[in-house]
Design a protein around this ligand. Structure first.
Ligand SMILES: [Zn+2]
Ligand SMILES: [Zn+2]
Length: 387
């Protein structure tokens, strides 16, 4: 196990709570209550927390277009003009103050990146970041500004070769498209197939633009995929791509809507598998990037049963700490009432879902996924060829 770093930086502050599409929206800031509380209970030092601050327009403009930024500012003052401005989708409804709230999400991720680039920290985690669906001129899939792409561009402009690994259940379409033609940024997305899930993209043959063949890798997995082939895909592909690409900095999107209990996607992943993946990311960072690893959250819509544990597993991997057998009893007790009030499942006792807790995948699903992985690995040969 690598030598302990100073504690990983955790980005969290009141501004994270302002990113709120309103009552009944699945991407709720309620997740920060039980999520951040679990990190603290597990030993994250509140002094190691950095609050996100909004970034100015010139930083947003490194990825987003000027007309789009103008529209978002207008919508943040007059949300009722959504149809008129036509830059947001129905799942990403404008709200008053949206521009500042979204600029703070960017500030959290970019601020963490700056600390890594300055050599102050090697590992950092922004649970409220990871808005991978935002495009230069379009807000979609709950994502207004693309904090990941803006932070990656900052690192890339300092000469870093950035490896981006995305294990959210949804295809990391925004980040992929922004760096589609950029050989300095290698994106890899493991997601539920676009046949069954938003955004409907991320096919195995999509592997980067003319000037950067192989710089995108896509692993679309079958609806109903569980731990077996999810882990097989990630544990086979991520190390091979990393070895071929030779990154100097790792960025990961650790969305946890891949979990079996998640209401929006159809993968059947356990926290046991998520923990293995977080530890693999840590290993890859120490093997290839001098430890430089910026992790974000992302999707994850089971507020009490999944999101807090998934975040905790990323933090524990970054802190090089063992995963405790159970969640702290005080944490369970503190959030049980709020979960019940929202008719949500209660905070679980186990950190790692018991073996066999998610349904086994059928031989057909396993075979389809294996074929997808082998086809994706062929594309990674282009990565090797390309560099
Ligand atoms: Zn580490
Ligand atoms: Zn997602």
């Amino acid at each position: 196990m690598p030598t302990p770093d100073p504690e990983p930086l955790v980005v969290y502050g009141p501004a994270n709570l302002d990113y709120d599409f309103g009552l009944g929206h699945p991407f709720t800031p309620r997740r920060f209550g039980p999520g951040i509380d679990l990190l603290r209970e597990l030993g994250a030092n509140p002094d190691a927390f950095a609050p996100p601050e909004p970034v100015p327009d010139d930083v947003l403009a490194t990825v987003h277009t000027a007309p789009f930024l103008g529209s978002i500012h207008r919508l943040s003052e007059y949300p009722e003009l959504a149809a008129h401005e036509a830059v947001t989708d129905g799942d990403t409804p404008p709200f008053y103050g949206m521009d500042q709230a979204a600029a703070s999400v960017v500030g959290g991720t970019v601020g963490a990146m700056e600390r890594i680039l300055a050599g102050e920290r090697t590992h950092a985690f922004h649970p409220g970041g990871g808005l991978h669906h935002a495009f230069p001129g379009r807000a979609t899939g709950f994502c207004v500004f693309n904090d990941l792409a803006i932070a990656i561009r900052r690192a890339r402009d300092e000469g870093h070769r950035v490896l981006y690994l995305d294990v959210d259940a949804h295809h990391g379409d925004g980040v992929e498209s922004i760096f589609w033609n950029d050989p300095m940024v290698q994106t890899v997305s493991f997601h539920e197939s676009g046949l069954s899930l938003f955004p409907g993209t991320g096919w195995v043959e999509d592997c980067g633009g003319h000037d950067a063949r192989g710089s995108a890798v896509n692993i679309p997995l079958e609806l109903g995929t569980s731990d077996g082939s999810w882990l097989e895909a990630i544990e086979l592909v991520a190390p091979v791509v990393a070895a071929a690409f030779r990154p100097t900095l790792l960025v990961t999107q650790n969305g946890c809507d891949s979990h079996a209990l998640d209401p929006l996607a159809n993968l059947h992943i356990s926290t046991r598998a998520m923990s293995r993946v977080a530890r693999l990311f840590d290993e890859l960072a120490h093997r290839h990037t001098g430890g430089r690893w910026l992790a974000t959250g992302g999707g994850g819509y089971d507020v009490y049963r999944v999101v807090p544990r998934a975040w905790a597993l990323v933090w524990l991997a970054q802190a090089h700490r063992e995963v405790p057998g159970s969640t702290p009893r005080r944490w369970q007790e503190r959030w049980a009432g709020e979960a019940a009030a929202h008719h949500a499942g209660p905070p679980p006792r186990e950190m790692l879902d018991p073996l066999g807790s998610t349904q086994a995948e059928s031989p057909r699903i396993a075979a389809e996924n294996r074929l997808t992985v082998s086809r994706a690995l062929e594309h990674t040969l282009q990565v090797i060829d390309g560099y």
